[in-house]
Design a protein around this ligand. Structure first.
Ligand SMILES: Nc1ncnc2c1ncn2[C@@H]1O[C@H](COP(=O)(O)OP(=O)(O)OP(=O)(O)O)[C@@H](O)[C@H]1O
Length: 237
């Protein structure tokens, strides 16, 4: 029986106030369960990153509620529960690639020896083993993105949130990264939520969510969502 990892009810996120207010997300009622593979697509500025940040507990709703039943509460207080691949640069500048990958595991209490072994394996999975001793400033944007993916994979989270994880990658690495994210999620029994502009990435995932003007919709994509896979009453607009 899949476990509910994230449950959103009537969630809105508004930035700013008054005339300057931007309603990034509204009326979001959705659930993410273990084992689900979800693509979040939509135009630039439609609210994809906001949804992922809310799911991670990195941002808070201005209306509605978010709970994390299967994670035991707000994931920000639980190192390792959620893995987040950020859209922009996120590696810590003073640390080498392998140290960046190992750090979240060390913070979660993994022994240094095991963290080192898992970091090396994860870097290999994203074709970045040869980059392990480089500092972030010595990596290209795409190489840094692959290291950031390795950092999440190695930590073995229950919920993997990836915000445009292939945006800076060539076609070969794009396919490799989405494959390794899917295979790792399946192996862990984790849920994977990927925001992307790239339909070739979106179609690799089983559920398709489309966001338009801050509202979450289903989308008749190449991987249509079976009606039994929906949360009743949500995801329509
Ligand atoms: N910190 C902020 N302050 C004010 N407005 C913001 C802030 N963050 C996001 N927004 C606005 O919220 C809306 C949704 O932004 P979001 O980054 O979630 O979109 P997105 O779909 O991820 O875009 P992209 O595909 O370009 O990354 C946009 O109108 C954006 O300008």
């Amino acid at each position: 029986m899949p476990t509910e990892l994230v449950r959103c009810t009537g969630v809105a996120r508004t930035y700013g106030r008054g005339d300057a207010a931007v309603v990034a997300i509204h009326g979001l009622t959705a659930t993410v369960r273990t084992g689900e593979l979800i693509a979040v697509t939509g135009p630039s500025g439609s609210g994809k990153s906001t949804v992922l940040h809310l799911f991670a507990g990195l941002d808070s709703p201005t209306a509605g509620t978010i709970t994390w039943p299967g994670l035991g509460g707000d994931p920000t207080g639980r190192p390792g529960a959620v893995g987040f691949v950020f859209q922009g640069p996120s590696l810590l500048a003073p640390l080498t690639a392998v140290e960046n990958v190992a750090l979240p595991m060390l913070l979660a209490g993994v022994t240094p020896a095991e963290a080192a072994a898992r970091a090396a394996t994860a870097l290999g999975l994203v074709d970045a083993a040869a980059l392990s001793q480089r500092l972030p400033e010595e990596l290209s944007g795409g190489q840094a993105q692959r290291v950031a993916v390795a950092r999440v994979l190695a930590a073995r989270p229950a919920l993997i949130l990836a915000d445009e994880p292939t945006g800076q990658l060539d076609a070969t690495h794009r396919d490799q990264i989405i494959t390794v994210l899917i295979e790792t999620a399946r192996h862990l029994g984790a849920a994977l939520v990927v925001s992307t502009h790239d339909q070739r990435v979106a179609t690799r995932l089983r559920r398709q969510w489309r966001i338009r003007d801050g509202r979450l919709c289903t989308d008749a994509g190449p991987a249509p969502v079976p009606t039994t896979d929906r949360t009743a009453g949500d995801l329509t607009c």
